[in-house]
Design a protein around this ligand. Structure first.
Ligand SMILES: Cc1cc2nc3c(=O)[nH]c(=O)nc-3n(C[C@H](O)[C@H](O)[C@H](O)COP(=O)(O)O)c2cc1C
Length: 142
């Protein structure tokens, strides 16, 4: 099993790590980098975990998905961490990126603490941050 992740400040990495720990298999946790060339992926299970950036995909993730070639037999699930927005165009963007390719089997958003300052909520409120992280963990374990 392979888990590809991109994480600016650790939220998505935390989720990727939790997913990895929940599988007994030999799980490879692989950071998505610039100019990745992963070739054809034939693992039984593959996951891609990343945050929303400005209602869409981070550029590195977009490029990575454009390049990857995943076997039809693979179970592919995508987890997107986010702050307070509704998810914006991520799903539409993904539909386009996966056009003509093996489709993903499962998709889920996980709301976590925002990692940048917004007017919507007070990111300096530690209790609120704790509640969000607890909710995120509970959702993941469901
Ligand atoms: C540049 C930037 C843009 C972001 N845009 C959004 C957004 O449009 N909607 C949202 O809900 N969260 C947004 N966020 C918040 C992150 O998606 C969220 O905090 C995520 O969990 C961060 O994951 P990471 O720690 O793995 O980078 C943005 C964060 C950054 C840094």
């Amino acid at each position: 099993m392979k888990i590809f992740y991109f994480s600016g400040t650790g939220n998505s990495y935390q989720i990727a790590k939790k997913i990895s720990n929940s599988f007994d298999d030999n799980v490879e946790l692989i950071r998505i980098k610039d100019n990745d060339n992963v070739g054809i992926i034939k693992d039984k299970i593959v996951s891609i975990v990343f945050p929303i950036y400005y209602f869409g995909l981070p550029v590195l993730v977009e490029e990575f998905i454009r390049e990857i070639n995943i076997s039809e037999d693979t179970y592919l699930f995508i987890i997107v961490t986010k702050g307070v927005s509704l998810g914006g165009g991520v799903k539409t963007q993904l539909e386009k990126l996966f056009e003509g390719k093996k489709k993903y089997n499962y998709f889920q958003y996980i709301t976590m603490g925002d990692n940048f300052v917004l007017d919507f909520w007070d990111a300096t409120n530690k209790t609120e941050r704790l509640i969000r992280n607890k909710k995120a963990t509970a959702k993941l374990l469901k």
